[in-house]
Design a protein around this ligand. Sequence first.
Ligand SMILES: Cc1ncc(COP(=O)(O)O)c(C=O)c1O
Length: 396
Amino acid sequence: MKRKVEPGIAEKGFIPLCVPHLSGNEWKYIKECLDTNWVSSAGPFVDKFEKMVADFVKVRYAVACVNGTAALHISLLLLGIHRDDEVITSDLTFVAPANAIRYVGAHPVFIDADYNTFQLDVDKLNYFLKTRTKKTAKGLMNKDTKRYIKAILPVHILGHCCDIESIMEISRNYGLPVIEDATEALGASVKGKFAGTFGKLGVFSFNGNKIITTGGGGMIVTDDPVLAKKAKYLTTQAKDDSVEFIHNEIGYNYRLPNLLSAMGCAQMEKIDAYIEKKREIAKMYNEKLSEIPGIGVMTKPYYCETTFWLYTIKIEEKEYGLNRVNLMKELQKHKIETRPLWQPMHLLKPHKNSPKTVCDVAEKLKKRCLCLPCSVKLAQKEQDFVIEKITSLQKV
Ligand SMILES: Cc1ncc(COP(=O)(O)O)c(C=O)c1O
């Protein structure tokens, strides 16, 4: 079979932010699904993909899901989080974890970000727990809302890890289980242990812009056989007898099809090379952009190995001459796609009444940060072009 060869990104006259790299066995494995008729939710690639992810992050079990948001939803159900509970999470994140908390009727409690690492600020988390909560016979009560806090859902953003060891210590001190949203941090680690494997449950996403993609997909990982079994059960319509259609619980159709799992297997074969490339891209940006006044480069947090999934700079307008919005517009004129960080959760309409710490740092990061092109297949000349433009736009 002849494949159409995609032209280089620059030849298309456009440098995208972060797009998939499909250079391995994706076609072969997907063709195998088509040839064998195993295209739907059953099939050998589902088990294989689960095993590949579990082996890669060194956990016992992985359960494939239709996407990362569904995987978060199921994880919350697995920990028994329900109506009127509270779940502590990051303020600076994509909206999915906050939404998933709301799907089960619970309320997020937003913790501000750390300026240097972008991740949940552990000092503010500690301060919140010390000053705003009370240990009671029924659990940890939020003194302001009188609701009970049932879990911590830290989000590892941009390819870095949260200070997860400190979060695990807090989890032990307060008896709060942890679900890690590691959707953006597959391959990042702390002292050799991977993001997503510290808490009771970890979640990955294989959305199009993630470090590996299945087009859309997600995964729950855990070392707990009971949770893993229940995760499979809940994501596959809670079938107690699949012949007689007995369902003793409300289940979900959150399965990842064999077709997409096939793509995941091909992508997992390349993950080490992809992470390596992301790190090279970050190194090059750091070397070239750190000289520019007013541009704060993205550095590795001291406590973790990062993948630099989405390379992000901080812009000081007074020194650089342009603010984030104007730099974005200027780069757009040169067909360079960039993206700001997400709106902090406490500012979003559906979540603005949720409890929170002071979240001024998340707001500052939102104002100042810009994510730069960092696709795995970003060519050297394309990166040089981006660097040249950012350099030439600085005030003289
Ligand atoms: C931090 C975070 N959590 C959750 C998700 C949800 O994953 P999905 O798009 O696979 O549902 C994403 C991204 O897409 C994300 O960036």
